[in-house]
Write a protein that binds this ligand. Sequence first.
Ligand code: 3HC
Length: 307
Amino acid sequence: RQTSTAARRLHRGMASKVGVVGLGLMGHGIAQVSAEKGFDVVAVELEERFLDSGMTRIQQSVGKIAAKAVAKGKMDQASADAHVASALGRITPTTDLGALASCDVIVEAVIEDLSLKQKLYTDIGKLVHSECVIASNTSSLSIGAMAPFTGRPKQMVGLHFFNPVQLMQLVEVVKTEDTDSAVFDRAMQYAKDLGKTPIECIDTPGFVVNRLLIPYLCEALLMYERGVASAADIDTAMRLGASHPMGPIALADYVGLDTTYNIIKGWDKQFPGQFKVPASLAAKVAEGKLGRKTGEGYHKWVGDKLA
Ligand code: 3HC
């Protein structure tokens, strides 16, 4: 049934095959939701060990979601098992970038290193077909700074997902001055096909969410540094006083203190005097306390949960 979904999409001129480059925190989720929604997925990593860890994460997450659907009575066990098997079966893990040649949408989700991305886009641009949507999941770099390297700037957009990709509903679809409107429409359609809600925006630092969210997280860290309240109480305040699902300091830990730091530091360099980089954030990163992923940041973590 799922293969016929892909075939139907192809028949209607819609994306059928998705390439995801980078299977880390964001990329594994993008590959997973694409496969769960019936897309054939080529999952590319530069090294086998990163492919293995990305695929392990996908297996755990898809299993968790299926088990939850069974527990809630939304699916019987046999359908859940079939869903997991077909989603995993639709993903082709590879270290060969050339496997992207047949993809209709490519989402790059490698680390936030502009020169690495530019080199990657030079290679990707030579491989893809003329209808392919080339998308970056960058959280803070300029899409326009990457697009020319593809040699196909009309085909380039931003597709910015949120962590955890499996649960978060939003995708920011980012256009540059060069993005072709048909390419942009296909990118919007792909986000909708994933069951997400896309919003359109232009290519400015942090797009919509991170431009608002990252300064807010940093304000919370600065407040903690001033001793206004404990980290736990600042979090409780925003959970119960503003109905946020997570407090800002827990969220900084959840997103990754290195990611939060790199974004604010990058903006501070680009726009001197406009942003404040919390000293405690720089210190945590220097200590290797990066939040949830290392088990400790401002809080202690056990797996996905606060200790
Ligand atoms: N895959 C599958 N299941 C998952 C999962 C994943 N990756 N992550 C969590 N779950 C499951 C949990 O196991 C749990 O299942 P259970 O109910 O059976 O135990 C369920 O989802 C709910 O999770 P939690 O119990 O941890 O509790 P919450 O209800 O608090 O949900 C949350 C977790 C969705 C992360 C919620 O706390 C939340 O929305 N937090 C804010 C997240 C956010 O703001 N993200 C955006 C960050 S910014 C960003 O990504 C941009 C980037 O560029 C920096």
